[in-house]
Design a protein around this ligand. Structure first.
Ligand SMILES: [Zn+2]
Length: 165
């Protein structure tokens, strides 16, 4: 598991950007990374739906960095919940992705988005975390949270394994 985290952390930092600056979809992956940055807090699976845990991953990036939809879908929520600006995209296959603790929202509920469309910008992250600017990325399948990094990896680690023991 530790090895997987290292690899995916490199993926977030090193995935090549396309001509538009958008992260590129890796071969075999369903989603592209929503932004490039350092993985500063991994997913921590709760033992049950109500237990504590970290239902997503935190990715550090300078405040105001664009956060992009990781795959096509329809915005099912865009708004403020108790001071947390967040956007949720329904990808139509039982998967929903959520982008949280944004500084601004650039998508409206009901709007269709393509992969790479900007849905918001990074903000200060989890209140009181002291982690610096970051975004919280979450994913649910049929309502159950899972590690969103699994969406981005794709079918091959070969290009990353060569630089990690
Ligand atoms: Zn988080």
């Amino acid at each position: 598991m530790r090895r997987t985290l290292v690899l995916i952390s490199l993926l977030l930092a090193c995935t090549p950007a396309g001509a538009t600056g958008n992260p590129v979809l890796r071969e075999g992956a369903a989603h592209s990374v929503p932004l490039h940055g350092s993985l500063i807090r991994p997913y921590d699976a709760p033992t049950n739906p109500y237990a504590p845990g970290h239902r997503g991953v935190d990715v550090a990036a300078p405040a105001g960095s664009p956060v992009r939809a990781s795959a096509p879908g329809v915005v099912s929520f865009a708004g403020n919940v108790a001071g947390n600006l967040s956007v949720t995209v329904d990808h139509g296959d039982g998967v929903r992705t959520t982008y949280s603790y944004l500084s601004t929202i650039a998508a409206a509920a009901g709007r269709a988005v393509d992969r790479g469309d900007v849905v918001g910008a990074t903000g200060s992250g989890h209140p009181g975390s002291g982690l610096g600017p970051h975004v919280h990325l979450a994913a649910r399948r049929d309502g159950l949270y899972f590690d969103p990094l699994m969406l981005y990896v794709g079918s091959s680690h070969a290009d990353l394994v060569s630089i990690v023991r």
